[in-house]
Every structure is written in C-alpha cells, then in structure tokens.
Design a protein around this ligand. Structure first.
Ligand code: S3P
Length: 167
C-alpha cells in the first residue's frame, strides 16, 4: 500500500501501539505496519538479539532506516518502536503526518510490562528505569504528536475510538 501513513502511532513500549494499531487498521479498512516487525523480518532475529549482538546504536540505525522506508511506502496505519522519536531526522520526517501519541503513567507502565526481558531497555528495569525513560522522552513524543491519547484504565477498543476521534 503506497502513499504516506494515514495515522502514525508513537509512545512508550507496552502502551499498546500494536494492539490499537491493528484495531485501528481494521476500523479504517487499511493495512497495519510496525517498524519493529520490519526490522525483525529483515534481520531474521529478535530485537533483543540485535541489542545484545550489536548494541543500541546499531539498532537505532536500523530503526531509522526502517521508519524512513515505512513512511515512504505505507499508506495505512503505522506503529513505531518506542525509541524511534530519539532521532532528530525521524522527528522531522514525521512533522507533516498525523501522529498520535499513546500515553500511560509510570505505574501503569510497570504494571503492564513488569520484568519483561524481551524488551532490552527494561532488562534491569522496573520503576526507576521507567521513570527515567518517560522523563527523557516525554518532550520528544509531544514534539511529534498532533494528538495525545491517554490509555490508563481504558480498553484497547476505547483507546481506538479515542484515536479515531483525534485524527
Ligand atoms: C524500544 C521499544 C521497542 C523496541 C526496542 C526499543 C524503546 O518497541 O523498538 O526494544 O527504545 O523504547 P515497542 O515500543 O514496540 O515495544
């Protein structure tokens, strides 16, 4: 599906970008794409393996390229990895697009992801690392977002409805 994405979802890991992105794509009759999935398919290994084998910087370079390609190719719903907004070129690329940030508070984040070793940035985690991540990234999400939708205490269907109202 070509053309620019109709909606881009950003926000912290575990906030529900993939679940909501799929529901949203169904509701809009569009295709869903996720840059994490693109990287895993292209590299033939899990994101946690890329982090362990090559480090975060190498992952970020792959991610930047995956976002660039997806934005150029995909005319549906696009979800980005939680750290994609760290890159200034990526933020500039997102500027003309409808970008919805899904948000949650730190306690909700700890509850949802727990000690999730499949997510490398949380491997030695919990609460303190979440707080630092949220503090470091909040302004970046706000910079790219045309709307922010809070997910705390809401079902994926309710969040999807709120995203549709926001775009
Ligand atoms: C990351 C989020 C993950 C994945 C990687 C790094 C981050 O994506 O890209 O583990 O830096 O926040 P999800 O947000 O889809 O879990």
């Amino acid at each position: 599906m070509s053309g620019a994405p109709v909606v881009v979802l950003v926000g912290p890991m575990g906030v529900g970008k993939s679940t909501v992105g799929r529901l949203l794509a169904d509701r809009l009759g569009l295709a869903y794409r996720d840059t994490d999935d693109d990287i895993v398919a292209e590299q033939g290994r899990a994101i946690s393996e890329i982090f362990v084998d090559e480090g975060e910087d190498a992952f970020r370079a792959l991610e930047k390229e995956a976002v660039r390609r997806a934005v150029a190719e995909h005319g549906g719903v696009l979800a980005l990895g939680g750290g994609a907004v760290l890159d200034a070129d990526t933020r500039a690329l997102l500027a003309p697009l409808p970008v919805v940030c899904l948000s949650m508070d730190v306690e909700e984040a700890v509850r949802r992801t727990g000690l999730n070793v499949a997510r490398p940035l949380l491997a030695v985690n919990p609460r303190k690392q979440w707080r630092e991540l949220m503090e470091a990234r909040r302004h970046l999400y706000e910079e790219v977002a045309t709307a922010v939708v809070a997910t705390d205490g809401r079902t994926p269907e309710e969040v999807t409805g709120a995203v549709l109202d926001a775009v």
